[in-house]
Design a protein around this ligand. Structure first.
Ligand SMILES: C[S@@+](CC[C@H](N)C(=O)[O-])C[C@H]1O[C@@H](n2cnc3c(N)ncnc32)[C@H](O)[C@@H]1O
Length: 224
């Protein structure tokens, strides 16, 4: 099983000219999990980008709740903070940091969400351990990301084009579920979205992967 860690040097995360992943043609599965968020909840958004999904979550938790987006690209943080002012959502904040070392105290979150924020991570096992650490007992993890439905060619992980398209870190669903259980999560469940029509690969390299990747919603609970 892959441990989702690149042992090679860490890459600089490329800043997409248009950072909104839905415009890269990805799915919209996270709202299903966001809809289940409780009013007043504290929610962490991993790999929050310009904050598009943080703001969706902010609406679900109301002003008595709190959303913290964590993002490694300063340009994205600046954009997300500008969006806070633009949207007038002052219960949303963004912290510059790595998912592998979340700049957040232990057991503060009722929920952790991520919309296509995990695949670019250089070490997913560590991200899941961190998600477990910051969740309160009974807290809920819901992530949407692209997964592999068949074994991928070996060179995928190191491919820069695929990295830019957030596809180089794609893992098999079984591996992700095993990593979550190893981090301590319970009630791990996932759904592969069979409708791949929304997947519009940007390059010939990623087009070749289309038959063997799909978006998935993956959920888990930190034992109470
Ligand atoms: C495909 S974008 C998703 C953005 C956002 N979740 C959305 O759906 O609009 C992935 C984001 O994760 C960030 N990212 C990549 N690796 C990261 C890491 N190790 N730690 C924190 N953020 C990371 C990238 O800078 C990028 O903004």
């Amino acid at each position: 099983m892959s441990n989702g860690c690149l042992e090679t040097t860490r890459r600089t995360v490329p800043v997409l000219s248009n950072p909104r992943p839905r415009q890269l043609g990805y799915g919209r599965e996270l709202p299903q999990a966001i809809a289940a968020l409780r009013m007043g909840a504290t929610v962490l958004d991993l790999g929050s980008g310009d904050g598009a999904y943080s703001f969706l979550a902010a609406t679900a938790v109301g002003e008595s709740g709190r959303i913290i987006g964590v993002e490694t690209a300063p340009e994205m943080i600046a954009q997300a903070r500008a969006n806070v002012i633009h949207n007038g959502f002052y219960h949303v904040s963004f912290r510059l940091g790595e998912l592998e070392h979340l700049p957040v105290a232990d057991r503060i979150a009722d929920a952790v969400i991520s919309h296509y924020g995990i695949n670019p991570s250089y070490c997913k096992t560590q991200v899941f351990r961190e998600a477990f650490r910051v969740l309160k007992p009974g807290g809920h993890l819901a992530i949407v990301d692209t997964v592999a439905t068949k074994i991928l060619p070996e060179d995928v992980e190191e491919n820069d084009v695929l990295y830019t398209e957030c596809l180089s870190g794609v893992l098999m669903l079984d591996d992700i579920e095993d990593m979550l259980r190893a981090a301590g999560f319970d009630r791990v469940q996932s759904q592969i979205k069979q409708n791949r029509n929304g997947f519009r690969p940007a390059s010939a390299t990623s087009r070749a992967l289309k038959p063997i990747v799909a978006p998935a919603l993956i959920e888990a609970v930190k034992p109470a």
